[in-house]
Ligand binder design. Sequence first.
Ligand code: DGL
Length: 254
Amino acid sequence: MKIGIFDSGVGGLTVLKAIRERYKNVDIVYLGDTARVPYGIRSKDTVIRYSLECANFLKEKGIDLLVVACNTASAYALERLKTEMNFPVFGVIEPGVREALRRTKNKRIGIIGTSATVKSGVYQELLKKEGAYVLSKACPLFVPLVEEGLIGGDITRKVIEHYLKDFKGKIDTLILGCTHYPLLKKEIENFLKDVEVIDSSEAISKSLSGYVKDEGNSTLELFFTDFSQNLDFLVNLILGKTLDIKLAEGVFAI
Ligand code: DGL
């Protein structure tokens, strides 16, 4: 079975990692849209257009199933992708929400993500439908911090405090609604203390179990729309090893 995964950039490799850890035999093709990252500041129409182009690129690679690793793309483009693709399409939002509802004890749940994801209200709506009290916050500086490799240390702790101080004592569960945030999970847990922190990359990989046949040759192909600075460093930071990366051919116009 061949699984396609796309993200606005490298952050979705956290999802790839979680999927590979659980399904060791499947073939995986990953596309990171590094030429057009970030999606988190863009309009809905633009995110939909970019997402369709990424999905069509992976479709050409003969995938059987698509995972939208990007939370922003999951928030804005999932329904459209489901309608237009002829294979199953999964986003990261519903699995994260289900996992949060399973683990919360008092239904007081926080959600953090890009400005676009938080503005879309998709997480909040799904949680509120289940009777949860929801606190949300866009944390735009977390993405560049991770991309600089600053996943610990004073600066990172200060930024975490800046964004999350208002959550302290008000929630018992926090959803990391952005591909990059799992890399900050330990520091976020240390800051919030006694809060269940939900990594949506783990949640999506778990939720695929009914759909994935763990059969194949365990191949892994990594495509990016630009060989941007820090790419090798970030692949190594997230996956723990350096891998062969290829340039995605096709039209990925701004
Ligand atoms: N991949 C994006 C997300 O999960 C974060 C980076 C971006 O803004 O494109 O929302």
